[in-house]
Design a protein around this ligand. Structure first.
Ligand code: PLP
Length: 225
């Protein structure tokens, strides 16, 4: 793990670059939330960013989050944790218990499971729908033509609060057209929030309307293999 000073230097750099990108597009710096993606990172590195004021984090695996986050949450009641990796229905209950927001919702069966579990757990849960903008067969996310009915379904569930759309563009494509497509789909459906942009392209995402950028390695350094 990077030392404390390096972590703090990184988050200050990313915050400054994010604010500059937002300003270039005529957006306020606080219109774009920086999510620190802490998958594979040790609790000490996460604690250093919490000490630097970071409150919003993302994890991609339910199991890993279950091990790392309860002790951190016990010390800081104002943390927000988003699930950004694929969710299997048999882990949905644990996800509802652990996360404030699930960004990887991509199929009717999962919406039904989350709605039932949120009711049983007496909770409200925030959601983003993940869109497979690159139509990649191996990638999670709903195909654009099936988006409207999934949105309608999620909106009909009183325990679910659909906030916006999320995407992960194909690794070897220019991300800009994917970000623009996600923004267009969200606007068409009256959704205000867009989770898009990672370490390599968060500035572009901020210029194209992201409300959440998900940054891992630019903050924590390269992930262990
Ligand atoms: C790992 C991950 C990120 C962060 O990736 P970096 O390139 O390290 O910034 C963002 N979003 C998702 C869904 C991820 O799985």
């Amino acid at each position: 793990m990077l030392d404390r000073d390096a972590l703090i230097g990184n988050i200050e750099t990313v915050r400054a670059r994010l604010a500059a990108a937002a300003a270039k597009a005529g957006r306020r710096a606080d219109a774009v939330a920086l999510m620190a993606v802490s998958k594979t990172q040790p609790a000490d590195a996460i604690a250093a960013l919490i000490a630097a004021g970071q409150r919003l984090f993302g994890e991609n695996r339910v199991q890993e989050a279950a091990q790392k986050w309860p002790p951190l949450r016990a010390r800081h009641s104002d943390l927000k944790l988003h699930l950004i990796g694929p969710l299997q229905s048999n882990k949905a209950r644990q996800a509802v218990q652990l996360f404030d927001c699930i960004e990887s919702v991509d199929r009717p069966k999962l919406v039904t499971a989350l709605a039932r579990i949120a009711e049983e757990e007496d909770r409200q849960i925030d959601l983003f729908i993940q869109v497979n903008t690159g139509e990649e067969p191996q990638k999670a996310g709903v195909a654009a033509p099936a988006l409207a009915s999934l949105i309608e379904m999620a909106r009909a569930q009183p325990r679910l609060h659909l906030r916006g759309l999320m995407c992960i563009p194909p690794a070897d494509d220019h991300p800009g057209p994917h970000f623009a497509l996600l923004a267009k789909l969200a606007a068409r459906h009256g959704l205000a929030e867009l989770s898009m942009g990672m370490s390599q392209d968060y500035e572009r995402a901020a210029m194209l309307g992201a409300t959440h950028v998900r940054v891992g390695s630019q903050l924590f350094g390269p992930r262990p293999a």
